[in-house]
Design a protein around this ligand. Structure first.
Ligand code: UDP
Length: 354
């Protein structure tokens, strides 16, 4: 079984690390060819993950980045088509909800190469999010729908996927596999001083590309920092937008650091008092490490966390953010990791394809 795996963005490197290792453990039943589209390309957003998580060097680097959605997806499709015609794989594997995911699924399905989608079935029900469009189209084109949660399975069922020629597999979340495998290797980032802190990340276009939302989020983080210092590993898109909109980031108690590697991110998660984020992945990782999560969005794909009362979707208004902050800051809980499988999600994927 030959699988071409398309990855291009930070969270995809993290997910691919554990699945790629599971493929290597099949004793040759699954042979993987890695393709890096180049969507995230600089060292702190790409290379560091390959080094820390021992991901093999991709066979192809497409070098596509910094373009509009249409241009980026189109350029990736052209180049991926060439790769697939040359490699003639038995299946194509994609992760999550980025333009790299969509481009891979479109090209493969037109060449009649079956698609495996990891993190299938997630929905925010907000069609203004580019990620939601990418997820829905990719799911519809996929032959294997690997779902991280029971909610994801229910979403697919509600959309009629049981009547499509596709297999719905509830395999669990590969990010749990990664967190369990790498947590003991966590490393403290150099920039961090001793003492309590709140971990915050901001990178979604819905927050970064809206000056009012971005300003409001940073004002709120400054307000939280009156109680507990805030540490923000800053995504390159966010730094670009903060300077473009002239948002003041020189705020007492708020420390901006460059994006960190996965091992440093795991350290920050394990030592933070709570997490404030618009990231998808970080919401779950906060849960894995028993940290309450304030989500800077109006909805989340990880509904089970909101139902468990450990995640509040506060949006970007300062009033809502501060109300949620006051509820979450003293919350203590023990996570039920079984919501996200049993740490064997990547092995189930490898076994299914093998
Ligand atoms: N992450 C990281 N370094 C950082 C910020 C995040 O390694 O500076 C990790 C984080 O631990 C999680 C993943 O990146 O595993 C989340 O990716 P991101 O927030 O970029 O994307 P999303 O999950 O929203 O798709």
């Amino acid at each position: 079984m030959k699988v071409v795996t398309v990855i291009g963005a930070r969270p995809q490197f993290i997910k691919a690390a554990v699945v790629s290792a599971a493929f290597r453990d099949t004793a040759g039943s699954v042979k993987e060819v890695l393709v890096h589209t180049g969507q995230h390309f600089d060292d702190p957003m790409s290379r560091v993950f390959f080094e820390q998580m021992m991901i093999p060097e991709p066979a192809y680097h497409l070098g596509v980045h910094s373009l509009s959605h249409g241009a980026m997806t189109g350029r990736m499709m052209e180049l991926l088509e060439e790769v697939l015609l040359q490699e003639k794989p038995d299946a194509l594997m994609v992760y999550g909800d980025t333009n790299s995911t969509l481009a891979g699924a479109l090209v493969a399905s037109k060449l009649h190469i079956p698609v495996a989608h990891v993190e299938s079935g997630l929905r925010s029900f907000d069609m203004l999010m580019p990620e939601e469009i990418n997820r829905i189209v990719t799911d519809r084109l996929s032959r294997w729908l690997f779902c991280p949660t029971a909610t994801a399975v229910r979403n697919l069922e509600a959309e009629g996927f049981r009547s499509f020629p596709a297999e719905i597999i509830m395999n669990g979340d590969v990010m749990l596999d990664a967190a369990l495998r790498f947590r003991d290797l966590a490393r403290k980032p150099e920039e961090i001083h001793d003492g309590e802190f709140i971990l915050a990340t901001v990178h979604r276009p819905a927050t970064t590309d809206n000056p009012a939302a971005l300003t409001s989020v940073f004002h709120s983080l400054a307000a939280m920092a009156h109680t507990i210092p805030v540490v923000i590993p800053l995504h390159p898109r966010t730094s670009g937008m903060l300077s473009k909109y002239g948002v003041d980031t020189n705020l007492p108690g708020v420390t901006l650091i460059p994006p960190v590697g996965y091992l440093e991110s795991l350290w920050l998660l394990q030592h933070a008092r709570m997490v404030v984020t618009d990231s998808g992945g970080l919401q779950k990782e906060a849960y894995f490490f028993s940290k309450p999560c304030l989500t800077l969005r109006d909805e989340t794909e990880w509904k089970e966390l909101v139902e468990a009362g450990v995640n509040i979707t506060a949006g970007t208004s300062p009033e809502n953010i501060m109300t949620a902050f006051n509820i979450l800051i003293n919350l203590r809980f023990v996570p039920d990791l079984s919501l996200y499988g049993n740490g064997e999600a990547s092995r189930i994927i490898a076994k299914t394809l093998a």
